[in-house]
Design a protein. Sequence first.
Lengths: 391, 391
Amino acid sequence: MNIESVDFFYLSMPEVLNIGDGSQDALLVRVRAGGLEGWGECEASPLTSIASYVCPMSHSACKPVKYSVEGMPLNSKEDIYNVSNTVRHNSSDLLQTDHTLSGIDIALWDILGKKFNEPVYKLLGYKKAYPKLPYASQLFGDTPEETFLKAKTAKQSGFKAVKFGWGPFGKQTLHSDIAHLTAAREGVEDGIYLMIDAGAAWSNSVTAANDRLPPLCKIKAYWLEEPFANMELGSYKKLSESVPGVALAGGEGCHNFVQAAAMIKHAGLKFIQIDAGRIGGITVAKQVADLAQVNNITYVNHTFTSHLALSASLQPFAGIEKDFFSEYPVELKSLAKDITQNKIVPDSDGYIHVPEQPGLGITVDVQSLKKYVVDVEIKVRGKIIYHSPKL
Amino acid sequence: MNIESVDFFYLSMPEVLNIGDGSQDALLVRVRAGGLEGWGECEASPLTSIASYVCPMSHSACKPVKYSVEGMPLNSKEDIYNVSNTVRHNSSDLLQTDHTLSGIDIALWDILGKKFNEPVYKLLGYKKAYPKLPYASQLFGDTPEETFLKAKTAKQSGFKAVKFGWGPFGKQTLHSDIAHLTAAREGVEDGIYLMIDAGAAWSNSVTAANDRLPPLCKIKAYWLEEPFANMELGSYKKLSESVPGVALAGGEGCHNFVQAAAMIKHAGLKFIQIDAGRIGGITVAKQVADLAQVNNITYVNHTFTSHLALSASLQPFAGIEKDFFSEYPVELKSLAKDITQNKIVPDSDGYIHVPEQPGLGITVDVQSLKKYVVDVEIKVRGKIIYHSPKL
């Protein structure tokens, strides 16, 4: 079969707030081939990604993403690798490419799984999928009291691991950060994995990050995530050598394999966090998972959107038993919840399981999404080159 | 004064060919502030960059570029640094950002130079601008005979340095590559710097690149540029240690400081090539030039478009006497020529000079550009959020 159509759906909450919550809008991708339908999601600016898909060619290395996708054969894994390589080759000077490719690649794996009646992780070569321990991923409260209550709620909901990030953390005083950290630990109490995400708050300042290490040690933070901007290799490396130390996690900003490889090799990370919706899809994420294994670094998914994105982000490391943490968003906006009919929910032991149904094992709830559609029209030289397709 | 308006103009040749010639379209940026006008150019997909400027916010780290630019103060260098930092902070999850910021940043420096009646390089802290030796930058011919003729013409035009790249090179057989290399050297004869640009043809294959080292040595190639994809640190490093060796050049694909820093530190480069129209503008390019100096790596501009882009790309290393090579495109399409009224042309000794006039020292030829304007309209939720402004 061949790729017959690729449709992008820009969905949004009626109001998007100026907070670090990536579930406020979404860019869904629907691919059709041979009577099958696959779905993917880009963790990306919807309008910008759509533009990169349909834009006119600038030169041989700056072609629209569309150029290397529509009409291509889709009968095997090799066909997906071919699309992935061809897109990145033909659009290497189009910066938005990797984000746009991500949702397409995810949808291609979903289709291939449906064609072969296998979950994606099996197509990737894993014999079985191991359960993952979801960490309740949420924003810090505006106040330490709010952080405490959020922590308590997460624990009461049965989560054995909790992560706080963004919000006021790292942006105010050291005193304020310590208050939030203490509140988080007091809220979840002992015996719960507690991860802290600085949301790149310190840019490249190792000093600012160093100041937080003693309090992070005190609350037994399991990791410190994104102290610096993505690819700040030197700052990461230096911080990783600090004493007392906290294990470092990072990589969500990587948008291709070589960036993730640089983070694995040069940043002193213990955890590499990959968003399949940004790095080029499941294809590239799996390459990173393989590299992480060889380098004894734990692979963790980065997911802060729908359960379609969650399933996609779990597939690349589904079969790696020792890498058992999974980011699990617990503050999704209604849009992100409404994207899927079924959800990936923790079992009675608190673990989640990669779907065993064909493809991603997720059913998109087309009907309930209609109210979120953002109508977009792009005209070039008087000709409409993109109009929001019918859901 | 404050930034009053930022206008993007998408310009294009009537026909864009599937060749590695980046001068076939252009994205010009006009910024107005305090009665002054500055111009910049993004080396980027025009439609995609425009979309990233006007798109709705997705979340706090995925804001449209516009959010951090319009209305901002513009009275000093620090104000430009502030815009640069703010854009990258507010749009860190919007992949296209750096390409879009580049043209804006360049225009801001142009304005500031006009305000203080100084060329940009002086505002950057350089006391004087040293002459640069332009290398005639062109594509390989389709046949070795064509490459030979191009080489001969470049020499006859007075160029003391010539670069060939892209075209068939690296994409066919080793035999074909050797024929092109030999033709290039025979065309320019001895005593001329001859650089070779593989255009990332070998992706990450050190073996394929290694095979070309003996013939590159034989023709006394001054450097081998972009054997691999941008940021293929390990492959670059390995090739840099090969014997016989050829000096490696790379970096044009870097779209921010940390990527360039990684290339400088980990790729074994002798030359770092930066396009101010991609890396975030003059601000970031100057930071890379400073870092290259500390690391004893030669900074070279990457420029394959207009003389507005050429002036912008020269400013960041204008005052570094020892870094005297400058990429100089010699096969510009009429659009790229028509963008500027004045040009940067080699003197009788074959050297070019950074303009001494205020700002970038380049006058945009507004009248002659009207025929190249690509009319674009973007509508979101029925409301026009971008329409090509009047030139």
